[in-house]
Design a binder for this molecule. Structure first.
Ligand SMILES: C[S@@+](CC[C@H](N)C(=O)[O-])C[C@H]1O[C@@H](n2cnc3c(N)ncnc32)[C@H](O)[C@@H]1O
Length: 220
């Protein structure tokens, strides 16, 4: 079936997400697969005191808050107004002063502010890129890598197929995949290819589950 992207539907989905939803929990380390992916992504980012991190699809900002202790600044963007409101509350209660949130997307990161002027040298996306169609993923990674200050790094932790997803139907809930019309995970070979085409010099891939993985792409 042809992949379709419907931003309005996605926004509605996340604007009306229940407070206790595990896919955008405010507790980063609660022990499910997204928590594991996010914690590993923070390690792979190798954040340093001068780094400026862009968190795309920041949700309630759990990874933005966790990362803020290890770098100069974190900029979180999301298409959902509600997620951004919750993220601002989360950051205020954590007392993190080096985190900013803006409306923005993979397609248009600069919707509300010009991210290209912010010296971003690290980018992370946890469980958000799979909402794009494959052609949109390729375009987004190409644009983001062009915007990235060198040396830089992009880390994506998400649903991605290392094997036929049909073989793991009874594990879909566990990895938060429900085959809905807003989910378009890609094969690991496609994911590798888009990073290769965007000029990454080094690409590390970590399989966390047959349907979930992490890609760390470095640009020098
Ligand atoms: C499953 S949640 C994960 C949130 C967060 N990364 C975390 O791990 O807690 C996916 C997030 O991606 C956002 N999102 C979906 N499509 C997006 C797009 N095209 N650009 C930016 N964010 C998007 C959603 O609004 C939602 O907040």
């Amino acid at each position: 079936m042809e992949q379709q992207y419907d931003r309005r539907k996605l926004e509605q989905e996340f604007d009306s997400l229940p407070e206790a939803s595990p896919i955008a929990d405010i507790d980063p380390f609660k022990g499910d697969i997204i928590a594991m992916v996010g914690a590993l992504a923070l390690d792979f980012l190798e954040l340093g005191a001068d780094d400026v991190l862009l968190d795309i699809g920041t949700g309630r900002g759990r990874w933005a808050v966790a990362a803020s202790q290890h770098c100069k600044k974190v900029i979180g963007i999301d298409i959902s107004k509600r997620m951004l409101e919750d993220a601002r509350v989360n950051v205020a209660s954590a007392g993190a002063e080096n985190v900013e949130f803006y409306r923005g997307s993979f397609e248009d990161p600069c919707e509300e502010t010009d991210i290209s002027q912010k010296n971003v040298n690290k980018i992370v996306a946890i469980y958000s890129l799979h909402h794009l169609t494959d052609s949109m993923k390729a375009e987004a990674i190409s644009k983001l890598s062009a915007m990235l200050k060198r040396p830089g790094r992009i880390v994506v932790g998400d649903i991605m197929w290392f094997d036929d997803p049909g073989k793991y139907r009874d594990e879909w809930d566990e990895v938060y995949f429900d085959d809905s019309e807003t989910d378009h995970p890609a094969s690991i070979s496609f994911m590798r290819e888009i990073f290769e085409k965007s000029g990454a010099e080094e690409i590390e891939i970590l399989q966390i589950h047959p349907l979930v993985g992490l890609i760390c792409a470095s640009f020098s």
